[in-house]
Design a protein around this ligand. Structure first.
Ligand SMILES: [Zn+2]
Length: 962
């Protein structure tokens, strides 16, 4: 085709006789201006509501939104999560499902309470709880609104008018319904035991609220003086010495005041080590003796014969408390004592460790915890520790032991240590009275949860092992928090310490909260909440006994001050939302889709809460994605200066480019993001956009009802239809498997290679130069229309805005407006394009590699001979002798000519198939209309500057033929 700015070869101007493309679809995307207008248009026409009311031949398909924290602006992690959800939902909608999307927000909890506390400062202490809660609510609602607007701007479809909020009284009551159900099955109990405790936020924390980070601590080997007589000294260890010490190892010297036992493993062997230079005798596990000897002075230690732990325990060994020598304590058995590190003898403080606590229960040890909520010791510890914080105490304790000659060895030690998710400070184990859900070991709840795990589809599949492993090792779930901003644990205490916390009383409070909201717990009396003078029910005594019948006087009751773990709140959404605030969604959901940290968080909380009282898991599929990192794979952070704000990215690139970025990456792994990467995605976006524009531009005079015609079987159009049918199958398969990066790759390559580089070039001559109604032209337009109709649908779940912009442009095409839906998102997927027979595709598989080679020859000619326009070249098609295709080459010849974009083709016969390119500038004249150089240019007397085809077209145009 001629470059229209140049003069034609003959000086005659035929440009007005060509069918040049026309479209109003801009080359320039201008997404930042265009997208908000599209959003306004969607809202004005109530697109989301219309989608709900259209027929849904496939039924309902619900993706249940995991609630983000209503705290701060959205970041790239939120963006990825919501865009992935939206791609799934838009795809399911176009498949013919009713896929409503109700967004949720987590509005209670420590992050918001801490932020409000920071705002209020010291005056918070003087405010009534109800006022603090009021401020927390305002804070949460402000961020719900902000985040909601950001999600809408990203093109996410959902019921933004009616989100679910965990501060909605209906939701709050739903949480208590779940709690009552668990209580009914005896799955909730109260106990004094060590829990993860943040001394800064002064509350218990659950496993899901911990973050592990390296921390430097003091590692100490401490000697505990063994109490023995000649009779209790094991014979295997030789003659009884004057004194002997047990050696224990700990990285938390601050827990030594709370020591109540030393645990050994009955299966291991123990020896005493005698020094050659002093009278020190140390007792350690036989396998650890070599290690212990290296820690001490050059003194040589000789081990005695070993004795098994079991045999030693028969002597009932005892020792003196290292900080309180008057206190005599036992050596006990515990099978968790290993020989991997330490000494084989384990310091046991039942108030400060889960295993210690379990051992303590077995041996009736005191659950002693001298640490106050703020991390300071109470006055029950030795004088020298009074009022110290435990963090100060590590060094003080070590120094004291050293003075007493009880410190064998100490050193700084780096280890991975749990920190509070909120304040990032190290957490401790601290024994307190807390509420627990029986969610460990052989509890019925956990057994059911394991069955659930098996029946759910985990995407990617390793999610199943991950969550199974977590369930296998998880402790009971500590659900109480000593904070203000949450749903109260509805326990009442009478003056004797008996607790009213029964299924019936919880249900009563749930009803109260449903009517008045959880705030009312803080402003109403127990009498008003229970709406009774007396209450006959089960009671839990201060010792944990259950009295089946007890008469509570509601006037004498005091409300408990604890609130529920915020994970218990969000974990109740399968009931509180799917059957509560939004019953149209229904239980269970088809899919939960969150970051892979939710195996530990929301997925697990939801699974456990449902497993407590149901036979069906809350979800059928669980999809997880990774986290955003920068272009070099580092975590994004303000301090590294590599973080990208969503608002900046939207301003610079537009939502569709960000959505394309989300789709382009295999989200199972880390998800890289950088300005460069987004710029590259912007280029990919433009290629797709230009393809759309090209297709639209060549359909301006095409009405499918009038003009559609089947392409010739040997034509490049047929080849293109084969590729389109592959694209359809590949993209739908990838969407079905949620492999959006494959969708992206297929669409990107299709636009770039199949359409732009091959097909668009091949059909240029026939589209522009043939008569408007020429069957060859109409056939190519038919194919262009098929491509565009499919492409606009296949991109729609990802490029939500651009697809609808395309759709609006398509509706301007002849004969389209009345036959199509108002928005692409309302148009169900077209059926698959008809497959193309293998015998029609095979020849192209032969030709395409030859065409590649011929294009290289054109390139060479351009560089060596300055052959700028391929139309100045011809192709010689060398037909392999006796090949079955030889007969059909008269059909394929012109197609190969057009795919190469050269002016002419001719045939030769040879041994092998080949395409040869020749410069024909000195051989043939150039047609002034099509610019093809051909032998027949000048053969027409009326149009001596045209080829025979163009002369014929001109004559027919002159005769008024369309
Ligand atoms: Zn904290």
């Amino acid at each position: 085709m001629s470059n229209t700015t140049e003069a034609t070869p003959s000086g005659n101007d035929y440009r007005h006789t060509l069918n040049l493309p026309k479209t109003t679809f801009d080359m320039k995307a201008n997404l930042t201006q265009r997208e908000p207008k599209m959003l306004a248009h969607w809202n004005e026409h109530k697109l989301y509501e219309r989608l709900r009311h259209e027929p849904h031949p496939k039924g309902r398909w619900v993706l249940h939104d995991g609630p983000p924290y209503a705290n701060g602006d959205i970041h790239l992690g939120h963006l990825i999560n919501k865009v992935l959800k939206d791609i799934v939902i838009k795809y399911r909608t176009m498949q013919g499902y009713d896929a409503p999307f109700v967004l949720g927000w987590d509005c209670h909890g420590l992050p918001i309470e801490s932020a409000v506390q920071k705002d209020l400062g010291p005056k918070m202490r003087h405010l009534p709880i109800s006022e603090v809660r009021h401020k927390c609510r305002d804070y949460a609602q402000k961020y719900v609104k902000l985040q909601s607007e950001s999600f809408q701007r990203l093109g996410v479809f959902g019921d933004f008018e009616h989100p679910y909020l965990t501060i909605d009284p209906l939701y709050e009551a739903g949480i208590l319904d779940v709690l009552a159900n668990l209580r009914q099955r005896d799955l909730v109990y109260r106990q004094r035991k060590p829990v993860h405790w943040c001394t800064s936020d002064q509350t218990a924390l659950a496993e899901a609220e911990l973050e592990y980070a390296d921390r430097k601590d003091l590692s100490v080997y401490v000697k505990f003086a063994l109490r023995f007589t000649a009779d209790t000294w094991p014979k295997a260890w030789g003659a009884a010495p004057a004194s002997a010490h047990l050696v224990i190892w700990t990285t938390t010297p601050w827990t030594l005041p709370a020591n109540r036992a030393v645990a050994i493993n009955p299966q291991h062997n123990y020896v005493c080590l005698r020094s050659s230079t002093n009278r020190d005798v140390l007792v350690v596990a036989a396998e650890r003796a070599g290690h212990i000897a290296t820690l001490t002075e050059p003194a040589q230690y000789a081990p005695s014969d070993p004795i098994s732990g079991a045999a030693w325990l028969e002597h009932k060994p005892q020792y003196e408390h290292p900080l309180d020598p008057g206190r005599i304590q036992p050596v006990v058995a515990a099978d968790y004592v290993t020989l991997d590190d330490g000494t084989g003898l384990v310091h046991t403080a039942p108030g400060h460790g889960t295993e210690d606590w379990q051992t303590g229960r077995r041996y009736g040890l005191d659950v002693y915890c001298p640490v106050l909520p703020d991390g300071r010791y109470d006055d029950s510890v030795p004088m020298f520790l009074h009022g110290q914080t435990i963090w100060q105490a590590n060094a003080v304790v070590a120094e004291h032991l050293k003075e007493k000659g009880l410190l064998l060895f100490s050193q700084e030690f780096n280890h991975s240590y749990p920190h509070c998710w909120r304040c990032r400070k190290p957490v401790i184990f601290r024994a307190t009275e807390q509420w627990f859900v029986r969610a460990s070991g052989q509890s019925s709840l956990l057994q059911n949860a394991r069955k659930f795990v098996d029946s759910v589809e985990w995407i990617p599949a390793w999610g199943k092992n991950r969550i199974s492993g977590m369930l296998d090792t998880r402790p009971d779930w500590c659900i109480s928090r000593q904070r203000t901003w949450g749903v109260p644990i509805p326990a009442f205490f009478d003056t004797e310490g008996n607790i009213l916390f029964s299924t019936k009383s919880i249900r009563q409070v749930a009803e109260f909260v449903r009517r008045h909201g959880a705030d009312a717990w803080y402003t109403h009396t127990p009498q008003a909440i229970l709406s009774a003078e007396t209450w006959e029910d089960q009671a839990i005594t201060p010792d944990g006994e259950v009295l089946p019948h007890h008469r509570f006087n509601t006037q004498d009751l005091r409300k408990g001050g604890d609130i529920l773990d915020v994970w218990f709140e969000s974990g109740a959404s399968h009931h509180a939302v799917l059957e509560g605030t939004h019953p149209q969604l229904g239980y269970p959901a088809n899919m939960y889709l969150e970051g892979s940290d939710q195996h530990r968080g929301w997925f697990q909380a939801s699974l456990l809460e449902a497993a407590g009282y149901r036979q069906e898991p809350p979800f059928k599929q669980v999809l997880t994605h990774g986290f955003v990192v920068d272009g070099q794979g580092r975590k994004m952070s303000k301090s590294l200066g590599n973080d990208i704000k969503v608002s900046d990215a939207l301003r610079d690139f537009g939502a569709d480019v960000l959505r394309l970025w989300v789709s382009s990456i295999d989200y199972q792994h880390d998800i890289p993001c950088s300005k460069d990467l987004l710029t590259r995605l912007g280029e990919s976006y433009r290629k797709i956009r230009n393809t759309i524009r090209y297709l639209l531009g060549n359909l301006y005079d095409f009405d499918p009802a009038q003009h559609a015609c089947a392409p010739e079987p040997h034509s490049v159009d047929t080849w293109m239809l084969g590729e389109l049918s592959d694209l359809y199958a590949g993209v739908h398969d990838a969407y079905d498997r949620y492999e959006f990066h494959r969708v992206f790759r297929l669409l990107h390559d299709f636009c770039n290679v199949n359409v732009s580089a091959i097909y668009a070039k091949a059909i240029k001559d026939r589209l522009y130069c043939e008569l408007p109604n020429a069957p060859r032209r109409r056939a190519s337009q038919t194919v262009c229309h098929a491509i565009l109709s499919q492409l606009v649908q296949l991109i729609a779940p990802i490029l939500a805005f651009t697809a609808d912009e395309t759709w609006q442009a398509m509706r301007q095409l002849p004969g389209q407006a009345t036959t199509t839906a108002a928005s692409i998102h309302e148009q169900p997927f077209l059926p698959a394009p008809p497959a193309i027979a293998e015998e029609l595709r095979a020849p192209w598989q032969l030709f395409m590699p030859l065409i590649d080679g011929a294009l290289k020859q054109l390139d060479t000619l351009k560089r060596s001979d300055g052959l700028g326009n391929p139309l100045d070249a011809e192709v010689v098609v060398v037909i392999a002798k006796g090949h079955p295709l030889s007969e059909q080459m008269k059909f394929y010849g012109p197609e190969i000519e057009d795919v190469l974009g050269v002016g002419y083709h001719r045939f030769e016969h040879g041994d092998l198939w080949a395409l040869q390119i020749h410069d024909v500038r000195n051989k043939y004249a150039s047609c002034a209309r099509s610019w093809k150089r051909r032998p027949d240019v000048g053969s027409d007397r009326q149009y001596p500057d045209l080829s025979a085809r163009d002369a014929a077209v001109m004559r027919q145009l002159g005769a008024g033929q369309p």
